[in-house]
Design a protein around this ligand. Structure first.
Ligand code: KG4
Ligand code: ZN
Length: 342
């Protein structure tokens, strides 16, 4: 089965064609980050308008890359939530309308299920069951995964998502949006032992997270090191970035270890934008080795938002006989553990 995937839930327009026999046939992505950087974060109305501008040209590009004529697919999958309502509406209405015009089924996909299954697009895909750490700009969740749609939430962030914390910490260090990659870049030049930030909620049992305290720590430490003009010297920015990254990574690793021990599972999957973080991957690799477990993740461009993960997730559900009706449904809020099992 050949499926067109469309992702427009936030600030990336992603399109891809996935074939259940041949794998990924073509994909294209447009990131709006430069446009939003000027405002220090995503402006929802601008995001929707840019998806409208970019989606059709990206669809043409994807069909061309796949060597297919427009519409040569068996189904269309689009992200129907969670995400920004206006942005979701662009992908959902376009995807639903194209499927109707081409006379093929359509399916609305859960964005986080897309992230969770993205490592399946790689050469050594994880086998079920596994523990998944979902770390994106909007979510931080530890999930027990028995199969597609069989998700049990083990823990989640009580306040900011990990990616959101990276973005806010970056702002406090006068770095641009999105902050995750920039914190990571500066942290590489940083002295990881100059500042020690707390590891929130690791001194008590449980698998929930909280990142707001780390934000306060970042704000106070950066303000303590501002000069008369309000500037922080570049080495101190790198040192604070390193301390922040170290604290987040360490905290995530401690909770992932608990989840592996709690479930007895030997496979850990990390997904979502923050799973592109090199330090996190290194730290988790060490942890899983000690636990005699294995770590799985997608290539960096499939960690952040993309169309391939939506095409893949939609394809699995369509193969199981599921599809959406003609209504264009978007769900800005949509808990992962309410999905149907297949
Ligand atoms: O999954 P994603 O592309 O979008 C959402 O669904 O939210 O995740 C975006 C988030 C942003 O907060 C970004 O700062 C973060 O992922 N991110 C990173 C890295 N690359 C992206 N955070 C830490 N290190 C990175 N290398
Ligand atoms: Zn995402």
């Amino acid at each position: 089965m050949r499926v067109l995937g469309i992702e427009t839930s936030c600030d990336e327009t992603g399109v891809a064609i996935y074939d259940s026999e041949q794998g990924l046939l073509g994909d294209a992505l447009y990131s709006q980050v430069k446009m939003h950087a000027e405002y220090g974060g995503v402006v929802p109305e601008l995001a929707s308008r840019d998806h409208v501008r970019k989606l059709l040209p990206l669809l043409d590009e994807t069909f061309a890359k796949a060597g297919l004529a427009r519409g040569e697919v068996d189904a269309v999958a689009y992200t129907s939530g969670p995400g920004l309502i206006g942005a979701l509406m662009v992908g959902a209405s376009t995807g639903r309308a194209l499927a109707l015009a081409w006379g093929v089924p359509a399916i609305g996909v859960h964005h986080m299920e897309g992230h969770l299954l993205a490592p399946m697009l790689e050469e050594n895909p994880p086998a079920f069951p596994f523990v998944a750490l979902l770390v994106s700009g909007g979510h931080t969740q530890l999930v027990k995964v028995e199969g597609i749609g069989r998700y049990e939430l083990l823990g989640e962030s009580l306040d900011d998502a990990a990616g959101e914390a990276f973005d806010k910490a970056a702002k406090m260090l006068d770095l641009d949006y999105p902050g995750g990659p920039l914190i990571a870049k500066h942290a590489e030049q940083g002295d990881r032992s100059r500042f020690r930030f707390p590891r929130p909620m690791t001194d008590r049992p449980g698998m929930d997270f909280s990142f707001s305290g780390l934000k306060t720590f970042t704000l106070n430490t950066s303000n303590d090191h501002r000069d008369a003009e309000g500037k922080i010297d570049s080495q101190t920015i790198c040192d604070i970035a390193a301390a922040f990254e170290e604290a987040v990574v360490d905290t995530l690793a401690i909770k992932c270890r608990r989840a592996l021990q709690h479930t007895g599972y030997k496979h850990l999957v990390i997904a979502g934008g923050v799973s592109a973080n090199r330090r996190l991957r290194e730290r988790l690799e060490l942890m899983v080795n000690k636990e005699r477990a294995e770590l799985f993740y997608a290539r960096p461009e499939f960690c952040t938002d993309n169309g391939a993960m939506i095409a893949y997730a939609g394809c699995q559900r369509l193969l199981a006989g599921q599809q959406s009706d003609l209504a264009i449904v978007t769900k800005p809020r949509w808990p992962l553990d309410t999905l149907d099992a297949i």
